[in-house]
Design a protein around this ligand. Structure first.
Ligand code: NAD
Length: 303
């Protein structure tokens, strides 16, 4: 069997075409969706990611506000910047590019973003929403994976899903989303003993470990759907995922390539969340209950 390719680039392209219609509909009601992207410091990889997000926004007519802060910006100033953006009605989504410099507590910063503008879905409120199955903004990468899975026409109900990787931004929310869809979900991580014993049972295998070549054909069930979230740069500059693509594609029924699989979907879902936020803000304003809609302020426990 040679797997069919799940084409994230093509799906992204068609979704982004649809976004233009939604942007035009919002425009007709006097709203231009806006996304603020905060970059603290000048990490070259982060600069590239921010540049990609800003470009993707502009292509579909979302206004982007790029806020660049020096690496030594005090935490209080970052928090003040977020407070300003929280209050700005032209901004519907706020994203802070991670990682942050070591003197800044990422949790404190993420919790400062208004729940209503948390388009990355990293605020505790949105994370908690995932647990009970009604988050406002699903985190972008797992959200994109879910749509990629849908393109295969597979009903995940009752399927064995194995998620390799348990990070807060990919593995854990991914597992929660599929649990919500009544899959039987196993989460593996770096301390899992005998990874293959778990992966071989997967009808759907989702890998987000950041380890090139981690998943080889012997670890994959015949006919499985394999989603490779990993992005790794090899010493020769080549970008690969965590899955031995050439070997595993001979066993899987569907597989995502790297690049061109999950990667393009992450930015696409960020725009989706920003549009949803703008549409939601408009609805609430029209219903004249904008204040009621404000979610409760959550004070993070620190120290
Ligand atoms: P992370 O480092 O925060 O987490 C990695 C997870 O993998 C951890 O839970 C760890 O325990 C687990 N892990 C590590 N080695 C393992 C092993 N040998 N066996 C089993 N589990 C193991 O990483 P992350 O932020 O979740 O990202 C994971 C990968 O996905 C990276 O390659 C990253 O670049 C990529 N990524 C891609 C996108 C995208 O848009 N495609 C988005 C986010 C992350």
């Amino acid at each position: 069997m040679t797997a069919q390719i799940i084409d994230g680039k093509a799906l992204s392209k068609s979704l982004r075409e649809g976004f233009k219609t939604r942007v035009a509909q919002l425009g007709a009601q006097g709203v231009q969706p806006g996304l603020a992207v905060i970059l603290v410091g000048d990490n070259p990889a982060s600069r590239v990611y921010v540049g990609n997000k800003v470009k993707a926004c502009e292509e579909v007519g979302v206004r982007s506000f790029h806020v660049g802060l020096a690496a030594d910006t005090p935490e209080a100033e970052v928090l003040a910047t977020i407070a300003r953006l929280n209050a700005d009605p032209a901004v519907h989504g706020i994203l802070i590019q991670l990682p942050l410099p070591p003197h800044i507590d990422p949790r404190r910063v993420l919790e400062a973003i208004s729940v209503n503008k948390d388009v990355d879905g990293f605020h505790l409120y949105n994370v908690g929403g995932l647990v009970v199955g009604n988050t406002i903004f699903p985190p972008c990468t797992p959200y994109g994976v879910q749509l990629l899975l849908d393109t295969t026409g597979t009903d995940v109900t009752g399927k064995n899903v194995v998620v390799v990787g348990a990070s807060n931004i990919v593995g854990k929310p991914m597992a929660l989303m599929l649990l919500q869809r009544e899959a039987t979900v196993t989460i593996c991580h770096a301390k899992t003993r005998d990874l293959a014993q778990h992966t071989i049972l997967a009808d759907i295998l989702i890998v987000a470990a950041g380890k090139p070549g981690l998943i080889v054909p012997q670890m994959v069930k015949q006919g499985a759907i394999v989603i490779d979230v990993g992005i790794n740069r090899l010493p020769d500059g080549k970008i690969v995922g965590d899955v031995d693509f050439d070997g595993v594609k001979e066993k899987a029924s569907w597989i995502t390539p790297v690049p061109g699989g999950v990667g393009p979907m992450t930015v696409t879902m960020l725009i989706e969340n920003t549009l949803r936020s703008a549409e939601r803000a408009l609805r609430m304003r029209q219903a004249d209950d904008y204040q009621d809609w404000e979610a409760p302020v959550i004070h993070p426990v620190t120290g």
